[in-house]
Design a protein around this ligand. Structure first.
Ligand SMILES: [Zn+2]
Ligand SMILES: [Zn+2]
Length: 169
């Protein structure tokens, strides 16, 4: 396997880009941190090495990477996220910490088949929302109960004793 540096040089050559240090650092960051960062996160990392880097240049380089197909821009949450994994895959989004986890497609989803009655499917992306394990582990049970569907009725808690005013013990 080629070292990352050579791969990056090939990418630059193919796209007629200058192999600038900014480009290289962003590419290496995305390869090493497959956390679907947004531009601000990328810039925060870059600033530790290149303190003068502007958010504009980070956006420009990320846009170049997207146009060249080496990074995919995800329109998830309040800001765009960038994914170095360009193989089709779905995401699990933690609603607490905002982390995006790749879902490896184990078998061909039947979702596309279901849509054939509506038209021809060109591509699709699935976003599953939930709470990741590390957030679940850091929550006390009382936190979790407040996340339940507000329509949840006391019958869902057969062990809970209600007093006459309806307050649970
Ligand atoms: Zn989380
Ligand atoms: Zn991904």
């Amino acid at each position: 396997m080629k070292p990352e540096n050579d791969i990056f040089r090939d990418i630059c050559r193919k796209n007629n880009w200058k192999c600038t240090i900014q480009r290289r650092l962003i590419y290496e960051y995305l390869i090493a941190n497959r956390c679907h960062p947004n531009a601000e996160t990328v810039r925060a990392h870059l600033k530790t090495i290149l303190p003068d880097v502007s958010l504009d240049s980070v956006y420009r380089i990320l846009a170049d990477f997207c146009a060249a197909g080496i990074v995919k821009r995800l329109d998830s949450g309040p800001s765009y996220r960038y994914d170095i994994n360009t193989v089709p895959h779905d995401h699990f989004v933690c609603q607490d910490c905002g982390r995006l986890h790749d879902i490896d497609v184990v078998e061909e989803s039947s979702l596309a088949n279901h849509c054939t009655s509506l038209g021809r499917v060109l591509n699709y992306e699935l976003e599953v929302r939930g709470i990741c394990h590390s957030c679940l582990d850091s929550h006390k049970p009382s936190d979790l109960s407040t996340r339940r569907d507000p329509l949840t009725s006391p019958e869902d808690f057969p062990d809970v004793v209600l007093d006459s005013a309806g307050a649970a013990y």
